[in-house]
Design a protein around this ligand. Structure first.
Ligand code: PEP
Length: 251
């Protein structure tokens, strides 16, 4: 295997309560099988759980992240919103920005750019999601869309040291469909080249794949070049599936 899978990131979406931490604790025990720092496991959980989970997992091998954030750095009159200072204070180390489920709810590339800047300022690591819709794929606009998302969301950003990229084709999220090998490696390579174009000195660019990753398709996905890990939605709600995915990657 030539790939270095650096990250396994779970996205719980609207799942979990205070007792669901037991799932993460099981995963943490399994992680002890692997050499320390071989890869990083992060769980992006609902805001309501961040403080409790991050305290309980403080000494563990798993980090906690949020799934979204407001773009303001400090206080603002935005009822119901949470800013990056607040998620940091609650214990989050990471945040997902640009997820397609939030892009459909109004997150433009300009807003995403502001969210990235405010989170970096608060020392939070970013998981930046990009990807084309089915219609864009059919109309052969994938490269144009990926380039636009990369260029606009990273406008004015000098370093990508604290940014992890997640290629998530919208049509693959929660559908059971995954891109074929050729398509996926072509798109991953394209993303990498666009990032390298913009950040000439960047080392260690991490590009994850997300969209219906599960224990049945992981072996095939692992054979795709240039991937650095996975963003896992549905399958991250099951400790067994998540453990299977890790164990099949690093046998
Ligand atoms: C996601 O929501 O980021 C995701 C990848 O979901 P799923 O694995 O369920 O397709």
């Amino acid at each position: 295997m030539t790939n270095k899978f650096n990250y396994f990131i779970g996205n719980w979406k609207m799942f979990g309560d205070l007792s669901s931490i037991r799932l993460i604790k099981k995963i943490s025990i399994n992680l002890n099988r692997f050499k320390k720092n071989k890869f990083k496991v992060v769980f992006c959980i609902p805001y309501t759980l961040i403080n409790s989970y991050s305290k309980q997992l403080k000494q563990s091998n798993i980090s906690i992240g949020a799934q979204n954030v407001h773009y303001l750095y400090e206080y603002g009159s935005y009822t119901g919103s949470i800013n990056s200072k607040m998620i940091k204070n609650a214990g989050a180390e990471y945040v997902i920005i640009g997820h397609s489920e939030n892009r459909i709810n109004g997150d433009t590339d300009t807003i995403i750019n502001k969210k990235i800047k405010s989170s970096l300022k608060n020392n939070i690591k970013i998981i930046l999601c990009i990807g084309e819709t089915n219609k864009q794929k059919i109309n052969k606009q994938t490269n144009r869309i990926l380039k636009k998302q990369i260029v606009l969301s990273l406008k004015g950003i000098r370093s990508i040291k604290n940014i992890i990229f997640a290629y998530e084709p919208v049509w693959a999220i929660g559908t059971g469909k995954v891109p074929n090998k050729y398509e996926l490696s072509k798109n991953i390579l394209y993303i990498k080249s666009q990032i390298q174009n913009k950040f000439k000195k960047a080392q260690n660019i991490n590009i994850l794949y997300g969209g219906s990753v599960n224990p049945r398709n992981i072996v095939e996905l692992n054979s795709i070049d240039h991937l650095n890990g996975y963003l896992i939605g549905g399958a991250s709600k099951s400790s067994k599936k998540f453990i299977d995915i890790m164990n099949k990657t690093y046998k």
